[in-house]
Design a protein around this ligand. Sequence first.
Ligand SMILES: Cc1cc2nc3c(=O)[nH]c(=O)nc-3n(C[C@H](O)[C@H](O)[C@H](O)COP(=O)(O)OP(=O)(O)OC[C@H]3O[C@@H](n4cnc5c(N)ncnc54)[C@H](O)[C@@H]3O)c2cc1C
Length: 384
Amino acid sequence: MIKSPYFTEEHYLFKESLRSFFQKEINPHLKSWEKQKAIPKSAWKKLGDMGYLGICHEEEYGGLNADMFSNVIFNEELSRTLNSGFAIAIAVHVYMATNHISKAGNKSQKEKYLRPAIAGEKIACLGMSEPQVGSDVKNLKTYAEDKGDHFLVNGSKIFITNGIYADFMTLCCNTDEGISLLIVDLDNKGVTRNALEKIGWHSSDTAEIFLEDVKVPKENLIGNKGKGFYYLSESLQMERLVLAMNSIGLMDGVWELTIQYMNEREAFGKPISKMQALRHRMADIKSELEAVRQLIYHTAWQIEHGIFAVNACSMCKLLSAELHKKFVDECLQMFGGYGYMEEYPIAQIYRDARCAPIIGGTSEIMREIISKMSIDGQEFKKVY
Ligand SMILES: Cc1cc2nc3c(=O)[nH]c(=O)nc-3n(C[C@H](O)[C@H](O)[C@H](O)COP(=O)(O)OP(=O)(O)OC[C@H]3O[C@@H](n4cnc5c(N)ncnc54)[C@H](O)[C@@H]3O)c2cc1C
């Protein structure tokens, strides 16, 4: 194996220990979680006990405060489980829902929500998308009315990962001052949730959440009122990079699975891995994977060095998600008819892959950002 200059010996040791944790504690159960359409609380607790749910959060609250390339490894290994439903549930909890509390929350919010989330005792979700508003985040309709000592929230959220089993939601909503972020306990009066049926990602639960006259205490406002859009815009960069890391980890795993099958499966008296037509298709996608990987690592390096790499993060998300979809499709072809059978993991991976260019900002939105920055010269400024 050629070692990457971005990783130290400690990183490789971390990778080994993570992989053996997943192989022992997670992988044997993924099939049943896919069927149950849920990840049991005990699995969250196991991840919490290892500190993984706080990998990028402060040590003071039980996190690991790990460097960027440990986060790269964590996300790659999450996806090496080959179950994107599981991987996204964890990634949303760590990088999309609790990260706002970690970055802009106050001490008591961190004690009440971040600490138990890192420990795996509370599950978090992020409520951004709405039935009428997805990509156009500035136009959120969910409204939090300032009632003096509390907010009164009305509206609805859709496609919310972890939405059914989460204990609290980082809610993105409108206030008189603009978009704000509130922590909403999901057992509050006025909250109802519906499970949504999806094509794939079955092990992660996805919900539509209705908020009707929900009282949210003033102390649950994250950061400043009206600053939510800036917080979101900033954290979306890491979110997109995390999704890109997940895609390359997934592709690495699918590569191994496919090559193993191609070596074992024979046709016309030889393993199909010896057939030039197939080898060349695999060589093409492997080359694209290595190119995207280098862009992702370089972007991770930029973020680690304090560079607000909005354009690069958007490129990582766009290229990795589109390749993820194509890569899995190409690999499935190598399995012939077996690839279309539920008994073979590639079938579930294929279903899951379709979501990559949709979540965390669609490919079209990534192209919009890249065009604005590369063609119009638009710039985005850091908030934190
Ligand atoms: C399984 C799953 C899990 C999800 N989890 C979460 C979650 O945890 N929390 C959360 O808040 N959201 C979540 N989402 C929502 C996801 O982020 C949105 O689906 C996504 O942002 C797109 O929004 P939309 O579905 O409303 O599509 P729309 O915004 O309605 O877009 C429809 C189509 O138009 C295109 N489009 C829109 N605007 C433009 C434009 N300016 N230029 C060109 N094309 C454009 C889009 O790319 C898309 O192809 C999840 C979605 C899925 C499917």
